[in-house]
Design a protein around this ligand. Sequence first.
Ligand code: GLN
Length: 250
Amino acid sequence: MLRFLHLYPEHMNLYGDRGNVLALAQRAKWRGIPVEIVHAGPGQAIEWSMVHLVFLGGGEDVHQARIANDFYSRRQDLTVALTEGLPMLAICGGFQLLGHYYRPQAGQDLPGIGFLDVTTEAGPSRAIGDVVSDTTLDLHPGTLVGFENHSGQTYLGSGVAPLGRVRWGHGNNGRDGTEGAVRQHVIGTYLHGSLLPKNPHLTDLLLSWALERAGEVVPLPPLDDQPEWMAHQVIVARQKQPAMSGVRLT
Ligand code: GLN
């Protein structure tokens, strides 16, 4: 049995990010792997040793502010679990809170748990549009696709690798060509969409990490996922321009 924890689903679920949890569960079920999806909101106790993968979606500044202190209060136990190999996927606002801080346009800095060596500050405009990146992970094909909508400009420190290099779109900050961040089995990214249904290879990588965490290292037989790959290739093919030309800053 794989147990997926969906963190703050009532607050952090922008642009259908919940679809990532559904994609993970469905690709496991199609292989006959039983899955349990559990949820935790502010103040709810979590036994991290019983969890095989954590998902944290994106959220507007106001929703990030409502959960940031609760998430920060979990930093010690969560950091131990992540360091032991607990897989986690965090999207946009969730990604920002895995870093050291997020500085919104107005108001106080929101504290991050600092597991990813990144910092984020809101920029003067929003990055909105499709993203195609060449991932640093060992995936084939090597592309990741998604949709971004954020004002946050994220910069990576030395303790973390980018998830990919932008072919099309804004990415972490629209300047250094990076998108997302990876450390051990933790992935932060700006790719909404939701991300995983259009990136089945990444879904299966996360599933393999969750199985490893559960001590059930089993092969993941290939699936008939032609529709998923068609959706992926449509976005890749649509972005024939060089990186940055797709940036639309409102
Ligand atoms: N509020 C953050 C930003 O605008 C994150 C937004 C999101 O999760 N899409 O950068």
